[in-house]
Write a protein of this length. Structure first.
Length: 245
């Protein structure tokens, strides 16, 4: 009996202690800061301090130039044409095409410059040619016996190229002198060589004067007017007729 009473008392004591420990653990530990908070205001015009480039955080996208757009279009066109993937391969092919185009332009410019330098009698490449017949003069010198000088002279006169017409007259004179065995024609010979071969004194004197006119007009690049040419042409015609008479 005493044992039962002892256990009962122990249980009763424990039940009394449990609520007290629960109350202690549930106590509110929140502390409130009751200090006075002061309000702050922004200064006037504070926004202007942050408007510089250092405060621009959005990166501007640069607009593409016409060459970049053209290159992209070319790369896309080549990609579609040759069935290649757009990207590095298409861009490399577009660069090769553009570089090739530049090289062709440079070659064309060099060709035009060289042609202008070699063609001493020519004008600007896109203008009217000085005379297409000028390019044939060297061939004519090698074939004077088969050349129709009368037609060439008429064409040169119609183009008002009187210097070239005088040159044709001179070659025509050499042709007639050769046909009548007064000289032996050779492209390498000079006027003095031909002069020494002529034995007829009258023809020799006239040929000497004709050679003077020819050298002065052709090699001296003397500008010949229509009136001057008419006087010079009469001298050559008379001399040519005198050789064949």
């Amino acid at each position: 009996m005493k044992n039962h009473l002892f256990f009962f008392l122990i249980i009763l004591n424990l039940s009394c202690l449990y609520p007290q420990s629960a109350d202690v653990s549930l106590k509110d530990t929140l502390s409130i800061d009751q200090s006075i908070v002061s309000s702050r205001n922004f200064e006037n015009g504070f926004k202007e301090k942050y408007t510089g480039k250092a405060y621009e955080y959005e990166e501007a996208v640069a607009s593409k130039g016409w060459f970049t757009r053209f290159k992209e279009w070319l790369a896309e066109s080549l990609s579609n044409l040759f069935d290649i993937d757009q990207g590095t391969d298409a861009e490399s092919l577009a660069d090769s095409v553009i570089k090739t185009f530049y090289v062709l332009i440079i070659i064309a410019v060099i060709f035009i410059i060289v042609k202008l330098i070699m063609n001493k009698e020519g004008r600007w490449v896109f203008g009217k040619s000085a005379n297409k017949s000028i390019l044939k003069v060297d061939d004519i010198e090698n074939n004077i016996h088969t050349t129709d000088f009368n037609t060439l002279i008429l064409n040169a006169v119609n183009e008002t190229n009187y210097r070239l017409a005088v040159r044709y007259y001179y070659l025509w004179l050499l042709k007639e002198l050769t046909n009548y065995h007064l000289i032996t024609y050779d492209v390498e010979k000079t006027n003095s060589d031909y002069l020494n071969e002529i034995t007829n004194e009258q023809i020799k004197a006239n040929f000497n004067y004709a050679s003077y006119l020819y050298n002065y007009i052709w090699y001296g690049e003397f500008k010949v007017s229509k009136e001057d040419f008419e006087k010079v042409s009469r001298n050559f015609v008379q001399l040519i007729n005198s050789v064949s008479s």
